[in-house]
Design a protein around this ligand. Structure first.
Ligand code: V47
Ligand code: SF4
Length: 374
């Protein structure tokens, strides 16, 4: 529906709307009320993308002022051998492949530059790796970089470890935590809808398993991030369902620190060529995440997946964080990302300032480095 009108909400906003069906949503957001599944669907299909982004930008500003976080971090992808063979993924290799690899603990340590606050460590589902491999790599990294937070192993990898070791999730998480695990990354969530999941990643942990691992981690005091992979074969209702499931866990635990909307990159994987790249969807999903996830503090515009320019635009559509220096990273690289594999802290600050916002350097838990030092 289109009608051009202006809605004024005192002290909050003054936006010229194209789509009047957004009006009740704006009123809810202005009053701090929770958005429903139906509201989410309106945000998904509305042609008025500008108003949606503006609304999310105002929510971001209400929550965080003009401060945008960035971090000195490193991504280490410890093995590309993976039996899951997700259809959207260009990173996995069979064990027999010439380009298959598994890093030793020492090789992982060699990849970490000095002065990183966060080590992001993930990999494929390599069935030959025992629990001791994961414990050794954590212990090695923690010993060498005691100040860094090790954000390691997606819920999918942890689920596999529980299955293969015969230990329960609490027991596996407890051992990993003791060895140095500080936080779980958000990967492996993809899309929770069972029908879509069965098509794009039928062999990995189910949505319920993913959510259960994160819930268990939170209950043990281990925080985590969440992700959603959009722009492949999922439909708008699957995306809103995904966000509402995350919001439900967060209501119970409060353990999610940041959510990262991930755009599907179509290079070198078996879904390649089936879908048009759509930057407006990428921006919309950042905005919708900010509006629907009223209980998750931070939304990241992950530049490595979005591209630097789109990530910058995302900072004006609800995101309050750019992620970090990243320094290498193979998953998006293999899927065709033409972005640099790492950025410097100076470049990150420049990107944030370029969007008219104020950079602040943070730790893995999104605490300002200055505040954390006090
Ligand atoms: O789960 C795989 C995705 C994820 C493709 O927690 C793809 O701070 C796009 O989770 N196109 C891993 N995405 C990355 C991830 C992440 C990244 C940055 C920060 C954090 C965090 C987490 O990468 C996988 C999967 O959803 N992925 N293939 C692809 N072709
Ligand atoms: Fe394996 Fe992860 Fe790629 Fe799926 S996304 S094939 S689990 S490496």
């Amino acid at each position: 529906m289109r009608n051009y009108e202006k809605i004024n909400l005192p002290d909050f906003m003054d936006i010229s709307f194209i789509d009047s069906s957004l009006e009740p949503i704006v009123a809810k957001v202005a009053n701090g009320e929770r958005l429903s599944f139906e509201d989410g669907m309106i945000l998904e299909v509305s042609e008025d993308i500008h108003s949606i982004c503006r609304l999310a930008d105002l929510v971001r500003e209400r929550m965080h002022g003009n401060r945008i976080g960035y971090i000195s971090n490193v991504h280490i992808d410890y093995t590309n051998i993976c039996v899951s063979k997700c259809k959207f993924c260009a990173y996995w290799r069979d064990a027999e492949s010439d380009s298959a690899y598994t890093l030793t603990s020492d090789e992982a340590i060699e990849r970490v530059p000095n002065d990183v606050q966060e080590i992001h460590l993930v990999g494929g589902l390599n069935p030959t790796l025992p629990l001791s491999y994961f414990l050794d790599i954590l212990k090695g990294l923690k010993e060498r970089f005691p100040e860094a937070v090790i954000k390691a192993f997606t819920a999918v990898e942890i689920y596999e470890l529980t299955r293969r070791s015969g230990l329960g999730p609490w027991s596996v998480l407890d051992r990993l935590h003791d060895a140095g695990l500080g936080m779980l990354p958000g990967g492996g969530a993809e899309i929770f809808d069972e029908g879509i999941r069965n098509i794009v990643c039928p062999y990995k942990a189910s949505a319920d398993d993913w959510l259960f691992i994160h819930r268990s981690a939170h209950e043990m005091g281990i925080p985590s991030n969440s992700t959603m992979l959009h722009g492949h074969i999922e439909k708008p209702e699957h995306r809103i369902d995904h966000l509402i499931r995350l919001r439900g866990v967060q209501d119970d635990t409060g353990g999610f620190v940041a959510h990262i909307p991930l755009p599907y990159l179509p290079g070198n994987n078996s879904l390649s060529g089936t879908h048009a790249v759509d930057g407006t969807l990428d921006i919309r999903e950042i905005a919708i995440a900010r509006l629907m996830l009223d209980n998750i503090p931070h939304i990241k515009a992950y530049w490595r997946a979005l591209g630097i320019r789109m990530a910058q635009a995302g900072l004006r559509a609800g995101a309050d964080d750019l992620d970090g220096t990243v320094n290498r990273e193979d998953i998006m690289h293999e899927a065709g990302s033409g972005e640099p594999r790492g950025l410097t802290l100076v470049q990150l600050r420049k990107i944030i300032k370029g969007a008219g916002l104020e950079p602040y350097r943070r730790n893995a838990f999104h605490e300002s480095m200055e505040e954390a030092a006090v």
